[in-house]
Design a protein. Sequence first.
Length: 275
Amino acid sequence: MDFWTNLTFRGSIKEIIDIMIVSYVIYKLIMLLRGTRAIQLLKGILVVVAAWALSFVFHLNTLQWLMNQMFTYGVMALIIIFQPELRRALEQLGRGKLFSRTNSDVDQDVNRRIGEIVKTVNNLSRRKIGALIVFERETGLNDYIESGIPLGSQISSELLINIFIPNTPLHDGAVIIRQGLIMAAGCYLPLSENPFISKELGTRHRAGIGMSEVSDAISVIVSEETGQISLAINGQIVRDIKEESMISKLYEELTMKNQTKEKNTFWKWKGGSNG
């Protein structure tokens, strides 16, 4: 009896591993197709499969025959339709990249986001146009996103610059970014109540600091009086931060490489002065 129990247990483990492998392969294939035209074709295929299942369940013989004919010749059609994606998948498999989740994809996405933000704040800084940009991280900012105008747009410096142009409907308030999307503009943020903040700092800076006090968000602030760029994290602010230091710190924070560090290490890096 123990032998059969052991055999059944081993069989269950094999089935679980089998299901996990297949699930992972399907997930990676979906990720590979995401953002391409093939994902729309895949949705169409799912509709056809659903129609075939319904014809089988309800014994719709004519529809079932039609679906069977489609499946008979569909494999060859799929190879032709998905030829670019299949070639891409085989190339990545040959390079060992299909099933390995390296940091390169994450790094490229973060670098692109940071690049667009740097272009934005540099442009606004030269023109002394005020701006407040907030990066959402682990702490959800839905309450603050709902206080603004929803956008759901890809990050681009051109769009961000237009948002903060004076006398436009969205220039007041903050822009909140979640991953690679501008979630909303014109958002209202909580003001910091820290009595030790410099009296020189206005509402925009206090809002940026306040946001970093109540969450783990990162605030990038451009002063409309001086054009200085500031960075607020964990309730602390570095004013007039240099571009290299801002890029380095944003990359470090957005890739979550410093999760095990103490919060006070914020002051160990160079690039600005205490506000």
